[in-house]
Design a protein around this ligand. Structure first.
Ligand SMILES: CC(C)(COP(=O)(O)OP(=O)(O)OC[C@H]1O[C@@H](n2cnc3c(N)ncnc32)[C@H](O)[C@@H]1OP(=O)(O)O)[C@@H](O)C(=O)NCCC(=O)NCCS
Length: 302
């Protein structure tokens, strides 16, 4: 993928994802026109320059599929995978996936991604290629009034914005909880050059130790919480309450590990509703999470 593909890739992501959801009886994911999907190229080009690939139709020469990948210290993650609906089922998705799997195997790293549990087409694509669903999440959606929401959570007082000086501790924490690290992603969220991002940390009032962090994206195309990890569910609840209240007047989505019952109960008490399910799909070595992991699709680097 080159910068010349930027608009075509945005068109492709917009039509591919919206088409898939709409023909399966669900609302479109993106609204406002295909240009909103330029955020994928722009974010991933800033984070991982030249780590996008496209599938070209041999006869017409047009772009019929695209995908981004993110090489990190301990893994490679796969970003948004899309094929044009006119070309579903013709092998483009598998060709893109094989390319990334090959690159990861040369680097001797597992491949990770977050995949919709409602989408049998993408499930089959990854399952046939050897991926194993290692973890499940329930996606929850919550309307935040313009005046903010009373989350009834006093521990939000222990949450503050992350700084660049926190990065080494964030790296250590994610290694401990998820067995991966991604310093450049934390830096990207903290620097927030284009105004779409934020990253919070939870500091234990007694020990002064950092017990968790959570990011968010407030872009029009994708209003999502994450990435985040924490040592326990109470920390994740405080981080969510704090980060969600930054989205006043919006309706953000967040992914909760299905077994994190305290977070799930808190989210229902806030008024959150289920909107989808996702799997953490991994090809290769996997360390079970030792704490709470809140993944995201933008940037999808976990
Ligand atoms: C998911 C998506 C990318 C798949 O791309 P595609 O080009 O249509 O997929 P392919 O033709 O390469 O087929 C993928 C594999 O799934 C297999 N497959 C498809 N349906 C299957 C089923 N029901 N059971 C078992 N295998 C199945 C195919 O046989 C193929 O395997 P093979 O290469 O070993 O033969 C495409 O449907 C898409 O863009 N969907 C909308 C966007 C989306 O969902 N993106 C994924 C986000 S995680």
């Amino acid at each position: 993928m080159t910068s010349d593909d930027r608009h075509e890739v945005a068109e492709l992501i917009y039509i591919s994802i919206n088409h898939w959801y709409q023909v399966h009886g669900m609302p479109a994911i993106f609204a406002g026109g295909p240009a909103v999907c330029n955020i994928f190229f722009d974010t991933y080009e800033a984070l991982d320059p030249q780590c996008g690939i496209v599938a070209i139709d041999e006869e017409s020469g047009i772009v019929i599929g695209s995908c981004f990948y993110h090489p990190r210290e301990h893994h490679v993650s796969l970003g948004i995978m899309t094929v044009h609906p006119n070309h579903f089922g013709a092998g483009a998705g598998r060709a893109l996936l094989d390319w990334i799997v090959e690159l990861s195997s040369v680097q001797n790293k597992p491949v990770r991604l977050t995949q919709s549990a409602l989408n049998v087409d993408s499930f089959s694509l990854y399952s046939k290629a050897g991926f194993v669903p290692r973890h499940a999440y329930q996606d929850m959606i919550l309307e935040i009034p313009a005046t903010g929401l009373d989350f009834a959570c006093t521990a939000v007082a222990n949450v503050r914005s992350a700084t660049l000086a926190d990065i080494p501790t964030l790296v250590e924490l994610e290694m401990q909880v998820a067995g991966i690290s991604r310093a450049q992603d934390y830096e990207f969220l903290i620097r927030n050059d284009d105004g779409n991002w934020h990253l919070s940390v939870y500091v234990c009032p007694d020990s002064g130790k950092l017990l968790g962090f959570l990011g968010s994206c407030s872009h029009l195309a994708t209003n999502l919480m994450g990435p985040g990890v924490s040592l326990d569910e109470e920390t994740a609840i405080a981080l969510l309450a704090s980060e969600l209240n930054r989205q006043r007047g919006r309706t953000p989505v967040f992914l909760v590990p299905v077994e994190a019952d305290k977070i799930v109960r808190a989210a229902y008490a806030w008024g959150a509703r289920n909107c989808e399910m996702h799997f953490c799909q991994i090809l290769g070595d996997y360390t079970p999470f030792a704490g709470v992991n809140i993944p995201t699709f933008m940037p999808e680097t976990g």
